[in-house]
Design a protein around this ligand. Sequence first.
Ligand code: ADP
Ligand code: ZN
Length: 627
Amino acid sequence: MRETLRKVFGFHEFRPNQEPIVEAIMAGRDVFAVMPTGGGKSLCYQLPARMTGRTAVVISPLISLMKDQVDAARANGLRAAFLNSSLSAAEKGRVYGQLRSGRLELLYLAPERLNLGGFLESLAGMPISLFAVDEAHCVSEWGHDFRPDYLSLSAIKKAFPQVPLAAFTATATLQVQADVLGRLGLADPLVVRASFDRPNFFIEVRPKDSAEDQALDFIRERPGQAGIVYRTSRKSVEHTAFFLERHGVAVRPYHAGLPDDERKANQEAFRKDQVDVVVATIAFGMGIDKPNVRFVVHADLPRSIEGYYQEIGRAGRDGEPAHCLLFFGGGDVPKLRHFIDEIEDEKVRRAAARRLARMVEYAESRVCRRKSLLDYFGEKYWEPNCHAAADPQAGGGCDVCRAEASGVAVPQVDATVDAQKLLSAMARTDQRFGAKHVIDIVVGAKTERILELGHGQLKTYGVGREHSREHWRRVLDEMLARRVVVREGDEYPVLKMTALGAEVLRGKCPFTMDALPEPAEPAAARESARGKGRKKAAKKPAVSPPGPMRAENGPLFERLRALRLKLAEEQGVPPYVIFHNRALQEMAERRPTTLAEMAEINGVGEAKLDAYGKLFADEIEAFLGER
Ligand code: ADP
Ligand code: ZN
């Protein structure tokens, strides 16, 4: 196995979890693996594909991605092909011929092909070593990305009980995992849940004020870096792309409403590093395999944490520092609720509302972002501070931990009595009401609802008159963020007390929160985020962004990059199919000038050594000679 790893892929070590997965597949066992984007899933089936000498059938949802996958596999010398609707009958015939003869190592298919009558049966006589299912979460209706076509995959295990089936995904809660295992009918599989943590991510939420200005400021601080700006609607995508372009950013829009060729051209321009930024709806991404995306900005609130995590997952696949920035303003929530209200199926609607509520909770929370996200996927993060824990080279961390680590954390004040007032109002109304009503009670508002329900008679009615609604709103937000209370219910969420909340109410546990802010400090910005003020002051974060990313642009690196670009253009493939930045960096550092030295570079397997080794070694030689 290690020999193949080295010779074919040019890697010296397995990444975490790759080895046990490959071993299981080689032993004929089913696998279910949740591994983060960039974790190295494809190697898990490509390596067995080479070793068994028969064909691995790979089910992958996106036709647009297949050609790149096949190109990348071929660049490593693997005999790979794909079958999808973009091929002519003659081309399909050729692929079938290769398959029958046992010469193919990898066959990529779209799931809809399995639905074609008799297709699965036609594979019966073929030399198939394994089935690999990519993006396996698409098979679950519980997930955020269900694809009806994927249901047909349950037929695989029935038709080929003896052939190992390995399912891979980068996003699955435990519930989705259970569902996928059942639907695919995996028999006693090896289940791997790799850590979801992406240590090279800096994860940040900033109050949204004017998303476009804010995005522009952010992008200007990162000249030449590749990044994605996500927006909810096609209209806002167009608008923001135009706005950025007007301000000198090399940018293209991407959404499902653009003409096919224009959409493709825009994606290509981004993929090939011809523009820096793409402004896109969530339609953009699945087909993007670009390793050097340095930032992902969400200018609007995503609908779910799964979606959000998958979108930011497109950043930093090369392991270099990447910045994930979400602009959050309360104003986004009603818009998303409106979308959700229009969902007809009640079950689906409730699930969508629940996911949105969790997303809002995340954005408002003052808990470590990493901890919150990992917690959502059922993983425990043990480090007390993710910013302090991040290797400085890796560039990771989060806004919450950074503030804490740099000592600029807002001072804390005791707010136990305020919290008790809110909790008491909740308790006296049987925890059946939402935030607005609970605050109405505490401030003694005379709303119709209060009169109707007789809540003016409650002991807590008006006990918080001395403060504004904004004050109570803020206390409640902090209580939510610290999980003293939680929101429950989908369409009309009500506030419930947690065990911690009961302790606070009984005076067993103090409740502290950020001291009231000076003007233009984070909480003031948070108020404006709710649409109360539109002051420019909110635009600057209280803490300055992390320092510049690790520099990689030595003159030799740039030369190698130029050579790579030239070769990529000649061959019509994206540059990373030739070599990843990582490999180029290593070359620039170690300066191999012979083929033997070149073979030592990570990512240079035999096929790439043959195809490009000499060209790159000569380039390095020439560079050294000129100095
Ligand atoms: P995923 O499909 O999980 O998102 P990929 O299979 O695309 O990830 O792999 C991500 C990157 O990691 C690729 O550039 C790949 O070449 C690289 N990679 C995979 N396995 C290894 C390894 N064992 N050592 C070094 N790099 C690896
Ligand atoms: Zn953190």
